[in-house]
Design a protein around this ligand. Structure first.
Ligand code: ZN
Length: 437
């Protein structure tokens, strides 16, 4: 099933024409309605009529999170506040959060793109969606909610936490679609196992997961536990929320809803736009958003984009899964390391559980990395020699991947704290902040 065949299967040239029309419109709209863009463009002597081709987007400056924070709370809105009918913010771990405002049209668009996405995950009006994403200022919960309702499915807005209750409802309501963050999904799976509940006792047919970086190994783990396919949902609060891109049945890359969100990949250091297929930072422009148009927003997410004829029939550009955020990148002994590289290695080793922490310290002059990871109970029943072998194997595999020596600590199952809500804390950086870069 394809939700909007006309848009999702459009010929590439037609899509480009549509994008150019919309880009010209939104740049003019932002310039006229939002003082932030007006001042910035005027200062740089760039005007809406300078956008004659799609490539001309290059002439426009980027919008960063820092600038959004400076415009806090409503400085980027293009409409009077009375026309905004919903507000969300990013989590705001450092300083003020970024704010996202939606008009009636924006919520319709959000529902529409999420309906497209959930349809890719095989959801239809007969489904019962248990949405464990948080409802609140975080956009995860509402995005799935609106999309699910648009399709006509029954949405259970259970939100996150209370895992035993989640499981009871999964059984009693015959939940067919489960939505979670990978780390919360792992927690539900563990509880199901503990209670002796198997997939045969449930009615699941698919899973949608998002809002955390993930690896193929993590997805395999989730699919093995729930015995149904799991599809990645991508989005971010500033641009809209979930529903910017989603995986289709092929499960090899996410289709970007590029008729509404124009993607570019840039080199985060030189800021040059990179050609199709190269990896860099994703930059998005909202082509149709009314309340808060964002032009060339730097997402900090690292990925690549390309066109292909997908087996699902869609022509929408595909992006590879996010390998990390430029913010997540760790500098350890001068080497750039993404936590996802370590996760990939760990989950490929037999006997290792998908629960781990990366602890970075600087006891002397040099950085030290400790990988604390849970091993299956059998490992601890075996002799010490096998434990040592296991530790060495993990250390060697990580060294091969990132080029750095690490200390491995194997811990017993359930030792590492589980998340009852949202995202897991995988990295604990104990170095003084001035030393981290
Ligand atoms: Zn596809």
């Amino acid at each position: 099933m394809i939700w909007d065949k006309e848009k999702e299967c459009m010929a590439i040239d037609d899509m480009k024409e549509l994008q150019l029309d919309r880009l010209q419109y939104i740049v003019k709209y932002a310039y006229e309605k939002v003082p932030y863009y007006h001042e910035k463009y005027t200062e740089m002597e760039i005007y809406p009529e300078d956008i004659e081709t799609l490539e001309d987007i290059n002439k426009l400056p980027f919008t960063t999170k820092t600038e959004m924070r400076a415009a806090y709370p409503f400085g980027l809105f293009a409409v009077p506040q009375k026309e905004i009918i919903e507000l969300h913010t990013s989590s705001g771990t450092t300083g003020k959060p970024t704010v996202s405002g939606y008009t009636k049209e924006d919520l319709d668009l959000w529902s529409e793109v999420m309906a497209r996405g959930l349809t890719m995950a095989n959801v239809d009006e007969n489904d019962i969606i248990q949405n464990t994403h948080g409802y609140g200022l975080f956009t995860g919960g509402f995005g799935v909610h609106y999309g699910g309702q648009k399709i006509g499915a029954s949405v259970i807005p259970i939100s996150t936490g209370q895992t035993l209750r989640q499981i009871e409802i999964m059984k009693d309501f015959k939940t067919s679609v489960l939505i979670f963050t990978p780390s919360y999904g792992l927690h539900i799976a563990e509880e199901l196992e503990r209670l002796g509940i198997t997939s045969e006792d449930l009615n699941l047919k698919s899973i949608g997961f998002g809002s955390e970086a993930w690896t193929d190994e993590m997805r395999n783990e989730l699919e093995k536990s729930f015995k149904v396919p799991a599809y990645n949902i991508y989005g971010l609060t500033e641009v809209m929320g979930p529903g910017i891109a989603m995986e289709c049945g092929v499960q090899n890359g996410l289709h970007i809803f590029e008729d509404h969100f124009y993607p570019e990949i840039i080199n985060p250091k030189t800021l040059d736009v990179l050609p199709e297929g190269e990896t860099g930072e994703l930059v998005l422009t909202t082509l149709t958003r009314v309340g808060m148009p964002l032009i060339r927003f730097r997402t900090r997410d690292v990925t690549s984009i390309h066109h292909e004829i997908c087996d699902c029939g869609r022509t929408l550009m595909k992006m590879s899964k996010i390998t990390g955020r430029t913010d997540d990148m760790l500098k350890i002994r001068g080497v750039s390391v993404f936590p996802s590289q370590i996760e990939k290695v760990l989950l490929n080793i037999e006997g290792v559980k998908p629960h781990y922490q990366i602890i970075i310290t600087r006891p002397g002059i040099f950085d030290e990395i400790e990988i604390k990871v849970e091993a299956s109970p059998e490992i601890f029943f075996d002799n010490v020699k096998q434990l040592v072998n296991m530790k060495n194997k993990i250390a060697k595999s990580i060294h091969d991947e990132i080029g750095l020596r690490v200390n491995v600590t194997l811990v017993e199952p359930m030792t590492i704290k589980r998340v009852e809500s949202g995202k897991a804390v995988r990295v604990i950086d104990k170095r003084e902040s001035k030393d981290k870069k």
